[in-house]
Design a protein around this ligand. Structure first.
Ligand SMILES: Cc1cc2nc3c(=O)[nH]c(=O)nc-3n(C[C@H](O)[C@H](O)[C@H](O)COP(=O)(O)OP(=O)(O)OC[C@H]3O[C@@H](n4cnc5c(N)ncnc54)[C@H](O)[C@@H]3O)c2cc1C
Length: 311
């Protein structure tokens, strides 16, 4: 088993590093931004296959990740991962039974409900992994180090060459950075803003993926992530106060318990979107980027495939 350089220390790079280390490779992670500075640190993060394709591969990766998160939640209390039931609400013009969501095969306990707030017609209740990203990225980093890997801050102007005394293989998990490192013009930012509010005793998560922008309320140990927005092609990472107010106004209709909750902070991240996730081996380079709004949701499934591609 040879030495592998993983470029990127977001959820994709770190998950790939863990699976490669477990497979016996020597792994060095190189990244301009360390884990808590990445887009991954901004994610809500709830398991949900949002804004990523192609559907068949996404479903398989999401399913594998669901199982991996369930195992982590059961065995690793300090990881920031827990399994929690919640509701995805939907509006519909009639009381007719709808088709199950396209990703329903990935979750074991999906059921229809009419127990939803006023203004919605129904929804789906299911158990989803909730991933408290700052804690989880710390836990993932610790896994990389304890398995013998390294994480080094380095701003690269190109992917490191493989072979000829360098690493045997390079795994490109550079998210938005792949626009330049892989010269891939199809990678584009989809800006997302969230508001962090104080915990008001909320346990269940709530999601409305079909409204004018994604709307989600994700409880964590000490705060609640309330989102969000989805602005194609926007590069700014500066939170907008008007957008924050609109997010909170919409969220109140979904979760009235949030009324009066103190605002603790604002975050903006750029989802690394692409028409389809790129996960393929080209010579000694494995590209794994373009996970859009579902990088956490797809992380373990993709990491397993990357490890398989490198034998
Ligand atoms: C508001 C918001 C909410 C979200 N909620 C969810 C959610 O609930 N569930 C979910 O599954 N997903 C969610 N996402 C999406 C998720 O955050 C992304 O899909 C995921 O973070 C992508 O991970 P990544 O590791 O590919 O990229 P990143 O986390 O961006 O990491 C990329 C890494 O590559 C490095 N890099 C880039 N260029 C270079 C270079 N030139 N040299 C060296 N290193 C470089 C960076 O420094 C960084 O370390 C959300 C995103 C946002 C913005």
């Amino acid at each position: 088993m040879g030495r592998v350089v993983v470029v990127g220390a977001g959820v994709i790079g770190l998950s790939c590093a863990v699976r490669l280390l477990e497979a016996g490779h020597r792994v060095d992670v190189l990244a301009r931004d360390l884990p808590r500075e990445t887009t991954s640190a901004v994610a809500a993060a709830i398991w949900y296959p949002y804004r990523a394709g192609p559907a068949d591969r996404v479903l398989a990766w999401a399913r594998a990740s669901y199982d991996a998160f369930a195992a982590i939640a059961a065995d690793q209390p300090g990881s920031g991962v827990r399994m929690q039931e919640g509701t995805e609400v939907v509006g519909r013009p009639s009381g007719l039974t709808r088709e199950k969501p396209w990703w329903s095969a990935a979750v074991p306990d999906l059921r229809e409900t009419v127990d939803v707030p006023a203004g919605y017609d129904g929804g789906w209740v299911f158990t989803a992994p909730l991933v408290e990203m700052p804690l989880y990225l710390d836990w993932l980093s610790a896994q990389v180090l304890s398995l013998g890997g390294s994480i080094t801050r380095l701003n690269l102007h190109g992917l490191p060459p493989a072979g000829g005394g360098g690493p045997e293989a390079v795994v490109d998990c550079s998210g938005m950075g792949a626009k330049f490192l892989a010269a891939d013009p199809s990678v584009r930012p989809v800006q997302g803003q969230v508001v962090l509010v104080e915990q008001v005793g909320l346990e269940r998560w709530w999601l409305d993926s079909a409204s004018e922008g994604p709307l989600y309320v994700v409880p964590r140990s000490h705060d609640i992530v309330v989102g969000g927005t989805s602005v194609d092609g926007e590069w700014s990472r500066t939170p907008s106060p008007e957008v924050a107010s609109a997010i909170l106004r919409r969220a109140l209709r979904l979760v009235p318990e949030l009324a009066g909750a103190k605002v603790l902070g604002h975050r903006v991240g750029l989802r690394p979107a692409r028409p389809e996730v790129r996960l393929e081996r080209v010579g000694d380079v494995v590209h794994c980027y373009g996970h859009g709004g579902a990088g956490v949701t797809l992380s373990w499934g993709c990491a397993r495939e990357v490890a398989e591609l490198l034998g």
